[in-house]
Design a protein around this ligand. Structure first.
Ligand SMILES: [Zn+2]
Length: 97
């Protein structure tokens, strides 16, 4: 049986990989991006397809529609308006631990 608490929507703007209701435990560690306190945090996972460290997701119970979730994840990626190079540096360091 699926445990709803572990399910997430996943999207990678770099390669376009998208997963609905993915079990977070199969995705390795994630980093919570609180987005400066604006709304629901993004969970950043490394994309299993292309290795993008800023791929991300939201828990299934997040009350945003899918298009908005996709848009937010995209804006926090390279080239997006909320892209944060410090966060990317942090994720790179974590990935190399
Ligand atoms: Zn990817």
């Amino acid at each position: 049986m699926k445990n709803l608490n572990n399910l997430a929507y996943f999207y990678c703007p770099k390669c376009g990989k998208e997963e609905v209701d993915i079990d977070m435990r199969t995705m390795g560690e994630h980093t919570v991006n609180f987005r400066g306190g604006y709304g629901i945090p993004i969970l950043h996972f490394t994309c299993p397809n292309c290795g993008n460290l800023l791929a991300g997701g939201f828990p299934v119970n997040a009350h945003y529609d899918r298009e908005y979730q996709k848009e937010l994840i995209t804006e926090y990626n390279e080239g997006g308006m909320y892209f944060n190079s410090k966060l990317l540096d942090f994720l790179k360091k974590e990935a190399n631990k």
